[in-house]
Design a protein around this ligand. Structure first.
Ligand SMILES: [Zn+2]
Ligand SMILES: [Zn+2]
Length: 127
């Protein structure tokens, strides 16, 4: 295992190697750089991506909810008592649909991951 930490100077882009996490000044431009421990620097192999599917079931549910909202206004003109219940059902469907439509995916392998997981179950990437 290599002991030094590689990091990039945020000002000039020079890549520097230092033995330990500390405050350094860039040998190239003199910019002060706070070097974090390796674990915080070198780990971002993958990210969780929020993916909303526009063709999935969640979107269909949202579409129905939206139609109900529109319908509620028209029904409400003729039957004021129906306005509120139809509107509430529409809102619930839109909220429920947005939950179904959005899923988290691993940026490295594209498989679904849990919101709470720190390691991808498929490709073992760290988030
Ligand atoms: Zn620099
Ligand atoms: Zn993965």
């Amino acid at each position: 295992m290599q002991q030094s930490i590689d990091f990039q100077c945020p000002k000039c882009g020079e890549t520097l190697s230092v033995p330990s996490p500390d405050l350094y000044s860039c040998s190239n431009c003199g910019q002060n750089v706070n070097v974090l421990p390796r674990a915080q620097v070198a780990q971002p192999k993958a990210k969780k991506k929020t993916v909303s599917s526009f063709l999935g079931s969640g979107c269909i549910i949202q579409g129905i909810g939206l139609l109900l909202l529109i319908a509620a206004f028209f029904f409400g003109l003729a039957f004021p008592l129906l306005f509120l219940p139809i509107m509430l059902v529409g809102i619930v469907l839109i909220i429920y649909g947005s939950r179904v439509a959005i899923s988290l995916k691993c940026s490295a392998c594209g498989n679904n991951v849990e919101k709470t997981s720190k390691i991808c179950p498929t490709c073992k990437s760290h988030f």
